[in-house]
Design a protein around this ligand. Structure first.
Ligand code: ADP
Ligand code: ASP
Ligand code: MG
Length: 437
């Protein structure tokens, strides 16, 4: 079984949807996971925002405009009027459901239902298109088998027990379609796997079915060695290990959702990053095997807050770090980077939901300084003790940029540096020049 995920731009126009048939080998047993048509989720977010603000005029304007976009989209997607009429009924049904939310109280639950519409629409339209083309396929509702637990963590075992029987009930079918991104939470409510979550869906489904390969089809020819939106002359990496890919995804390489490599890594399922616009390009293969380059890639993660606790009294006392970490644990706030000195400890977080409470509790231990608008620059490669000389090149590349924290040696494949976000672009460009050009 293969899992193929197509992202927003890969289903971004009627032409692209038509082109998927050339990429999907319809004889292969596979499950195709689709994102919403590009731009749709952003628009659904804007609709929800307007409804939170009680701005119903704006909400209805946004809903009408997106409805019109899809009315035009289906006109171009289907040639047979039987399918066009079915598509119009389907689109009207989804937009009437969205419009109904302008009548009632608007809460996070209504918002999540609105956000789910993008993937529900794209998969239904694709399924209908396959029908028009005479391709046998079955649409499987992700809400029937994707679930997160009480901690908000995806439940792979639940997916296995609920998805496998659905597939087995169609022994004659080789092509299954489903929605990325959406799931139910522990209360059975409609929820999602956070922005960009369709990659995560594909990996979770791959893990649940113990697939032989997961393919992430997007608009670029694989994982590049730096952020192509910021740096010129980046190039795709042909091979990455699970650990390297997981680090790059977690530290900001937008091509992959931050958690999306973890399920594949758990079951050692190869992941290929491929380009829908250039299907013959080799892309990136992610397995247990790393490539040959010593320094693989650079990525950056924004929205980081650094917290520094200065405590001459307590740091040398045993048990101090435990007490500090317990504060973050109580507020379920993960720490990304950590550095210590004799009198101070600095950590970074990206979830600031409980920042004020954390700050207040840490103040018991000493003076607390909070530095917002920071970015972590992460250099991924082979930094084992034997690979000497590389750290100095990293610092050389950043010699004109103030570095606020450094984390080196935590693992053999990562150097992380904290800079102000305003310096991030320059840091990425300069490091690229020093490490790759
Ligand atoms: P999709 O809609 O298919 O999920 P995304 O926009 O989420 O696509 O991810 C693909 C984009 O990620 C690329 O167009 C590229 O601009 C961006 N990107 C950021 N960092 C990297 C990187 N290191 N390698 C490749 N693409 C990257
Ligand atoms: N449609 C969702 C988003 O835009 C999920 C995804 O595309 O992966 O975030
Ligand atoms: Mg994405």
């Amino acid at each position: 079984m293969h899992v193929l995920k197509f992202g927003g731009t890969s289903v971004g126009s009627p032409e692209r949807i038509k082109g998927l048939i050339d990429i999907i080998d319809v004889r292969q047993k596979q499950i195709v996971v689709l994102s919403a048509v590009s731009g749709t989720t952003n628009k659904l977010v804007a609709i929800a925002q307007a409804l939170y603000e009680y701005n119903h005029v704006k909400a209805i304007e946004l809903i009408d405009s997106l409805h019109l976009f899809y009315a035009d989209f289906v006109q171009k997607l289907y040639t047979d009027s039987i399918y066009l009429v079915q598509a119009e009924v389907l689109i009207n049904h989804h937009f009437n459901a969205i419009r109904a939310f302008t009548q009632d109280l608007f809460t996070i639950n209504e918002e999540r239902v609105i956000l789910a519409q993008g993937e529900l629409i794209s998969t239904a339209l694709f399924q209908l298109y396959l029908q028009e083309k005479g391709v046998v396929s079955v649409l499987l509702p992700a809400l029937d088998f994707m679930r997160t637990d009480a901690e908000g963590e995806p439940d792979i075992a639940y997916t296995t027990t609920h998805l496998q029987p659905l597939i087995d009930s169609h022994p004659e079918v080789s092509l299954f379609i489903t929605q990325g991104y959406i799931c139910r939470n522990a209360f059975g409510e409609v929820d999602n796997l956070k922005r960009g979550g369709s990659d995560y869906s594909a990996s979770l489904i791959g893990a649940a079915l113990r697939a032989s390969e997961i393919q992430i089809w997007t608009d670029i020819d694989g994982m590049h060695n730096n952020d192509p939106r910021i740096v010129k002359n980046t190039r795709p990496l042909s091979q990455l290990s699970f650990d390297e890919a997981a680090e790059l995804a977690y530290f900001g390489a937008k091509i992959l959702h931050p958690q999306s490599i973890l399920p594949a890594r758990k079951y050692r399922i190869p992941v290929r990053l491929l380009n829908t616009m250039q299907p013959s390009a080799k892309g990136t293969l992610i397995t247990e095997q790393s490539g040959t380059e010593t320094i693989k890639a650079i990525a950056a993660k924004d929205g980081i807050v650094a917290i520094n606790i200065l405590s001459s009294r307590m740091l040398l006392a045993h048990g101090f770090l435990r007490k500090v970490f317990e504060v973050f644990e109580r507020y379920a706030t993960p720490i990304d980077m950590i550095t210590t000195s004799e009198v101070a400890v600095s950590v970074t977080i990206d979830n600031t939901t409980h920042l004020e409470k954390i700050r207040a509790e840490l103040a018991i231990f000493g003076e607390v300084k909070v530095d917002v608008d920071c970015s972590i620059i992460c250099v991924v490669g082979n930094f084992a003790a034997s690979a000497h000389g590389y750290a100095s090149r990293v610092f050389e590349g950043l010699k004109h940029i103030p570095i606020r924290m450094i984390s080196y040696g935590g693992s053999d494949n990562n150097i992380s540096l904290l800079v102000k976000t305003q310096d991030k672009n320059e840091a990425l460009k300069s490091l690229h020049g020093r490490l790759f050009d």
